[in-house]
Design a protein around this ligand. Structure first.
Ligand code: ZN
Ligand code: ZN
Length: 285
């Protein structure tokens, strides 16, 4: 039977769960078990499963478009080789960086991505915290250039999921800085900074696998012991209900867009940076 690449993350679930067990054991030994809250972790696990379902459905819907671009309009023909896989991997990671950066700076995408950030905890289960609304937000658009360049749709799906699988391992407070790896890869220390809302860290470290993009495009910040990470979003969600967590920012955004007094404010509320959208809505609220 052929392995369905779209189920890669589900297939890796035993590895992820073993890491959660290992982290729990380690934190208990250190007396830091309070980094976990079972209600938060159960909510994250539910969000992960909801995301898996929505993502599978989205791939079924958009793969024909990928296939059409790949078959009719591709620019290059790549041989099946490690070199072309490496090219695809780096290309997708580059696009992921921009998808992630835009997700923090455009409210429409932030409405989906904020789910990943709305926990005040940071542990391996935080990685399960994904939004089922990504297909609606348009995440799939960001990988279209890969099909256009000439990478087969199934390989694109595989590499998108591999990137996400890698990112599971950076969601932990049980791992210190990793020396020279900090210059090349996204690491737990780098990603802790990404999840912090302190002014020093907010809107930095968008890396998926490679941190070179942050260093190149000026969005890198180093984790500092003088300024411990304060996890969560500026606008707290205060709920462990996975369905509520998934839709609350969409509700706020659409309600504010509906009530906006003019089209300029409506645009800001939908597509402006989250803090500008918030400031605009505060004027007429
Ligand atoms: Zn993020
Ligand atoms: Zn994360």
């Amino acid at each position: 039977m052929k392995f369905d690449i779209q189920l890669l993350l589900l297939a890796l679930a035993p590895v992820f769960l073993a890491c959660v067990a290992g982290e729990l054991w380690y934190l208990r030994r250190q007396g830091r078990l309070s980094l976990y809250d079972w209600r938060d972790s159960v909510c994250c696990a539910c969000l992960g499963l909801l995301h898996q379902g929505a993502d599978k459905l989205a791939w079924v819907l958009v793969l024909p478009l990928y296939a059409w671009i790949y078959q009719q309009h591709r620019l290059f023909q790549f041989a099946d080789s490690w070199l072309s896989f490496l090219l695809l991997f780096i290309g997708q990671d580059f696009l992921y960086y921009w998808f992630h950066r835009v997700s923090h700076r455009v409210r429409w995408l932030w409405a989906a991505h904020s789910v990943h950030h709305s926990s005040t905890r940071m542990n391996f289960t935080t990685a399960f915290r994904q939004s089922l609304m990504y297909p609606l937000a348009g995440m799939w658009v960001f990988w279209l250039p890969l099909a256009w360049l000439g990478f087969p749709p199934e390989q694109v799906v595989g590499v998108v999921l591999l990137n996400l699988a890698f990112q599971f391992f950076v969601h932990t407070q049980a791992c210190p800085k990793l020396g020279w790896l900090e210059y090349v890869f996204n690491t737990p220390s780098i990603h802790r900074g990404h999840h912090a809302k302190n002014p020093r860290y907010i809107d930095h470290n968008y890396a998926g696998v490679l941190v070179i993009w942050d260093r190149l495009f000026g969005s890198y910040v180093e984790e500092s012991a003088d300024d411990p990470c304060d996890y969560g979003t500026v606008k707290p969600v205060n709920s462990f209900n996975p369905l509520w967590v998934s839709v609350v920012e969409w509700r706020d955004m659409l309600r504010e867009a509906w009530r906006a007094p003019n089209w300029k404010d409506r645009w800001t509320v939908l597509f402006g940076p989250p803090e500008e959208a918030e400031a605009a809505a505060a004027r007429w609220r």
